[in-house]
Design a protein around this ligand. Structure first.
Ligand SMILES: [Zn+2]
Length: 104
């Protein structure tokens, strides 16, 4: 399993016309709530701008197994967040005129 890959094109429009605009120091994964002492591996944080579509993005992709295998946070742990997402989904569905019935 590869821990990390680096994309070389835009996530949205697939253009290769990218420019690095920010580079932070390597950092541990955010929201790592493990309860025990752990040697946190650090990963690059470089922000790129796509000069074709304007999307800013990270090109380094960390394996989901690394990101989420010890991830204990659940949306329902934040009061009101579930209702927020349900309301947001309804508003987006209405704005985009999505007719399909969904169970909320
Ligand atoms: Zn793009």
């Amino acid at each position: 399993m590869k821990k990390i890959i680096k994309k070389n094109n835009c996530r949205a429009c697939k253009s290769y016309n990218l420019k690095k605009i920010l580079k932070y120091n390597d950092s541990p994964i955010g929201d790592d709530y493990r309860m025990y002492a752990h040697n946190h591996e650090k990963y690059p944080i470089e922000v790129y701008l796509c000069k074709s579509c304007g999307l800013t993005q990270l090109l380094h992709v960390i394996s989901p197994k690394i990101l989420y295998s010890n991830y204990i946070y659940k949306t329902q742990d934040s009061p009101g967040l579930t209702e927020h997402f349900i309301d947001f989904a309804r508003k987006v569905s209405k704005k985009l005129n999505i007719k399909k019935k969904a169970k909320f």
